[in-house]
Ligand binder design. Structure first.
Ligand SMILES: Nc1ncnc2c1ncn2[C@@H]1O[C@H](COP(=O)(O)OP(=O)(O)O)[C@@H](O)[C@H]1O
Ligand SMILES: [Mg+2]
Length: 255
């Protein structure tokens, strides 16, 4: 059997992706490409399928149909070592998902030591350097419970970076944070973007979508209704539903 291999090009390519939960078709044939170094933001109303799409991109959800190519390999192919590939995809969630019974440094070294069999000393060196990049080095021996939400999210980002991922997925990383703390997390994400990381970011932070991303993807009821440059999506959206979503969103005082 000949295995389909993608030519060099996008780091991620989603093709014809569908996913239902029971009779509810949540993703209806999604096509999406993310180039190396690109920052794509996904916007859209609650329930439009953004998280499910992100979760399908690293097989936290198994798609019903379609493909997710990563580095030219189809994640759905039984020949692919999904765990190996997934190590190259970092993910940050709204809820941080830190291990509360371990200190910050241990949170960061756990995966490199257990999954990558990295020596502890090297893992700690790497972790301290990543924690430095997010401004959390001095909290290396703190417990997550003693940190603010913004600090926890920055640790979660550093932890993901310790696996040296090629792709970072963010699912509403600032939605659980107090408004005055959102900025410190967005600043870290912006810095990561400027450093060339390939990122897919589900967000309601329209200023981030507009100013940091290369491409904005608007999802509506399980389809990509429209995508394009921030200038196009925010400046002259073609679809009435994009316009409607944005006008509702941008009207909100604290959005
Ligand atoms: N594990 C699940 N089981 C059943 N329904 C789900 C599950 N995950 C998501 N859904 C449903 O799929 C729809 C899209 O969800 P989601 O991808 O989380 O949307 P978004 O992130 O855009 O808010 C919602 O109606 C949600 O209730
Ligand atoms: Mg969601």
């Amino acid at each position: 059997m000949i295995e389909k291999v993608q030519p060099a090009g996008p780091l991620v390519r989603v093709e014809g992706l569908s996913k239902s939960f029971g009779s509810h078709e949540v993703l209806k044939g999604i096509d999406l490409e993310v180039m190396p170094g690109e920052v794509a933001t996904i916007i859209g109303a609650s329930g439009s399928g953004k998280s499910t799409l992100l979760r399908c991109m690293n097989l936290l959800e198994v798609p019903d149909a379609g493909h997710v190519w990563f580095h030219g390999q189809d994640l759905a192919s039984s020949r692919v070592n999904v765990n190996r590939l997934r190590e190259k995809i970092g993910m940050c969630f709204q809820g941080f998902n830190l291990f509360n019974n371990r200190d910050v440094l241990d949170n960061c070294t756990l995966a490199p030591v257990t999954l990558k069999k990295m020596g502890r000393e090297q893992a700690e060196e790497l972790a301290l350097s990543r924690l430095g990049e997010v401004g959390m080095e001095e909290f290396a021996h703190a417990r997550p419970a003693t940190l603010s939400g913004g600090q926890k999210q920055r640790v979660a980002i550093a932890r993901a970076l310790c696996m040296q991922p090629d792709l970072m997925l963010f699912d509403e990383p600032t939605s659980a944070l107090d408004p005055e703390i959102v900025g410190e997390v967005l600043a870290v994400m912006r810095q990561l973007a400027q450093g060339g990381m390939t990122m897919v970011v589900v967000t309601h932070e329209m200023s981030f979508a507009r100013n940091v991303s290369d491409r904005v993807v608007f999802m509506d009821q399980g389809v990509i209704a429209e995508q394009g440059s921030p200038e196009k999506i925010f400046g002259s959206p073609e679809q009435p539903r994009t316009r409607e979503f944005l006008s509702r969103y941008l009207e909100r005082p604290s959005a």
